[in-house]
Design a protein around this ligand. Sequence first.
Ligand SMILES: Cc1cc2nc3c(=O)[nH]c(=O)nc-3n(C[C@H](O)[C@H](O)[C@H](O)COP(=O)(O)OP(=O)(O)OC[C@H]3O[C@@H](n4cnc5c(N)ncnc54)[C@H](O)[C@@H]3O)c2cc1C
Length: 449
Amino acid sequence: MTDIAIHDTDTAHQRLRAEVRELCDRFGSEYWRARDRERAYPEEFVRALTEAGYLSVLIPKEYGGLGMGVTEGGIILQEINRSGGHSAACHAQMYTMAALLRHGSEEQRRRYLPDIARGGLRLQAFSITEPEAGSNTPEIRTTAVPDGAGYVVTGHENWTSRILQSDLLMLLARTQPLPEDPAERAEGISLFLVDLRRIRAEQPGTLVVEPVRTMFNYATNQVWYKGMRIPADSLIGQEGEGFRYVIDGWNAERILLASEAIGDGYWFLDRAIDYANRRSVFMVESFAIADASVGDGEVLGEIHAESWKAAYAGFFEPAFFAEAVRHRRGKWHDVLAKGQDTILLAARAGRPLTFSYFGSSPTRPGWAEIFGFYNHPDGWGSGSAAALMVASLRRLREDGFGGVHLWTLRDTPQSRRFYTKSGFTESGAVRGHDFGDGHPIEQVEYELI
Ligand SMILES: Cc1cc2nc3c(=O)[nH]c(=O)nc-3n(C[C@H](O)[C@H](O)[C@H](O)COP(=O)(O)OP(=O)(O)OC[C@H]3O[C@@H](n4cnc5c(N)ncnc54)[C@H](O)[C@@H]3O)c2cc1C
């Protein structure tokens, strides 16, 4: 269970996030650690992502893609990184789209996009950076010289990632020398969509690729173009305008890469919170946590009634409150007999102290609701509630819920602090809840995805 919530205002976005998360769950930490150890490209993951259609998110529907926008692309990449995965294995397929969609010809779009969307073609590589012209792109020295029916490309680029895993390559090269006028430096650069399959089959000696060993598992390379011939219809848009086409896609690229970084941030926070919750530095006690059994009705009633007496007396008229406590002491036999939802019970040295009660949310499809979380006053400050919350969240995740929410009284700062410490955030929803005395009390909703 991840402990920090992300707020999607749109249910379609929530659904997309949950679906991507489900796919990512099939590739756990061990999968990514093994790829890292072996310095291997995550083939299986990229295939699964492609088959599910997520890498075609920015391809319009008329070409077979999902026809969504940068927001949805960002959600997909964020979830991949949030799960501990590595979007960089495939993100270029998203951020190269702007140049092709906006400036490619209809013929180019029809030739490549449907196959990319189907997963038959990969457009994962983008070659711009050179050893002597990193951020200073106008200074690139790679040239594409017009020659008969096409161009001849010559040069040396570095950091050309995923070229070995890709069928298509976007390549930036000078078709005119660097203009002397500083105002025109960006002119004379052209963008090409190169079919690497043809290069590999017909003129393999003109493309030399040398993988670079990076500090982390990143499929990147140095590349030499040695008189590589490409047909004239590889050109995207107008000759000499390529740098502007690339810049056109930068905003989308920045947003997509920032989404990955945010996903990383959530992942690190989740891990840190999980570790902090599990780690026991000074506490010598450990808690036994188990599903409540049918015979635990009295135990649950005792915890529920005593925690109510300690925390809620001020909210009700004394006569009503005494009856409410009596009801709570006696109700759990029936709840257990129905066996409909999950009740976890935490005990210290054989003494039951805390219980959580949760199941499918009646208001949020695919989510769980914690209907009750009660801690006997004797257990306050013992760590029992924190330990039980961690176990409950883990169970919810194992049960396949996409998120969890709960309602708590607005004026119980202690409970609210506890839910916040446990990783919940306020959803912003407020309701009046009538406990039976005709005086609704304000409750606030907390949630955790
Ligand atoms: C893992 C990895 C994968 C990559 N994959 C690709 C890829 O697939 N395709 C591709 O084309 N490139 C790729 N790159 C290259 C990346 O885009 C470049 O690293 C980037 O463009 C910067 O170039 P540089 O590394 O030469 O740094 P430089 O341009 O030399 O910059 C060095 C430092 O100087 C600063 N700087 C640069 N210019 C200025 C200035 N005018 N004023 C002030 N400060 C300045 C920079 O901010 C930076 O801090 C990849 C890089 C990495 C590390």
